[in-house]
Design a protein around this ligand. Structure first.
Ligand code: SAM
Length: 235
């Protein structure tokens, strides 16, 4: 058997409890944005909602963020992220982690840069193997967390600030744009990409593989979805 096959067959005995937060191609879209827009990170106040492994927030810290605040509903994630931050060679002067849903733990604080890769897969029920139930499930329309996140943006985005968040195109990017416009914010998209949807995810899609127009498409046995980064700023 080829060596790479062996390693990819590593069983549960090699899985640490923190693998449930391991990064995905959605995470890397945010990393790419940060690396290519250092001027929007350095010396800025940054928050990340739903930080998971914390790599996005760590990247912001390493690019010179003045302060980094992370939040999640999973205490294990926050404990691991706090430990990782304590080992960073150059951490931000000001790091804090907050437990709680969406904007709830933030009070009235505003940030220059707001980052999020929220659960927004359109399904009423889905727990992926090796993940927690809070990882991906976005409710039937995928917007159960996205909409309250958008709702709170105008109260938490500093003047001149940016909010950058992953957005499955198949849960209505134009809906997000209209929602934000009504709150005085404009929305642009970047880093358009296509992700493979596992058979389990496809079977959980509220409207099935053929119910999302051109934003979900099938090639042979495989189903793909269009994804982008959404960038919101004051209009
Ligand atoms: C798709 S994962 C993304 C994790 C990480 N930001 C990344 O990009 O790899 C979604 C994260 O949001 C967290 N989460 C789920 N529901 C949440 C909520 N209501 N408020 C805040 N975070 C939540 C999950 O625990 C998980 O860490």
């Amino acid at each position: 058997m080829a060596e790479n096959t062996l390693s990819s067959c590593a069983g549960p005995e090699t899985q640490t409890s923190f693998d449930v937060f391991s990064p995905t191609e959605y995470t890397t879209m945010l990393l790419g944005f940060l690396q290519e827009n250092v001027d929007r990170v350095a010396d800025r106040t940054v928050c990340e909602i739903g930080t998971g492994s914390g790599v996005v927030a760590m990247q912001a810290a390493l690019l010179g963020a003045r302060s980094v605040t992370v939040s999640d509903v999973e205490r294990d994630a926050l404990d691991a992220v706090s430990a990782s931050f304590s080992r960073l060679p150059q951490g931000p002067a000001d790091f804090s982690s907050l437990l709680g849903p969406l904007w709830q733990p933030y009070g009235t604080r505003r940030f220059d840069l707001i980052l999020a890769n929220l659960p927004h897969f359109p399904t009423p029920s889905l727990t992926l193997p090796g993940r927690l139930p809070t990882w991906a499930m976005g409710g039937a329309d995928g917007r159960k967390l996205l909409d309250p996140f958008l709702e709170g943006l105008s109260e938490h985005l500093a003047p001149g600030g940016l909010a950058v968040f992953t957005h499955n195109r198949f849960v209505g990017i134009e809906q997000a744009r209209a929602y934000l416009r009504a709150r005085g914010l404009s929305l642009q998209t970047c880093r358009e990409t296509i992700v493979h949807l596992s058979p389990l995810k496809v079977s959980a899609l509220t409207h099935g593989a053929s119910g999302y127009g051109e934003d979900v498409f099938t090639l042979g046995e495989h189903v793909f979805g269009r994804v982008c980064l959404a960038v919101a700023s004051w209009a």
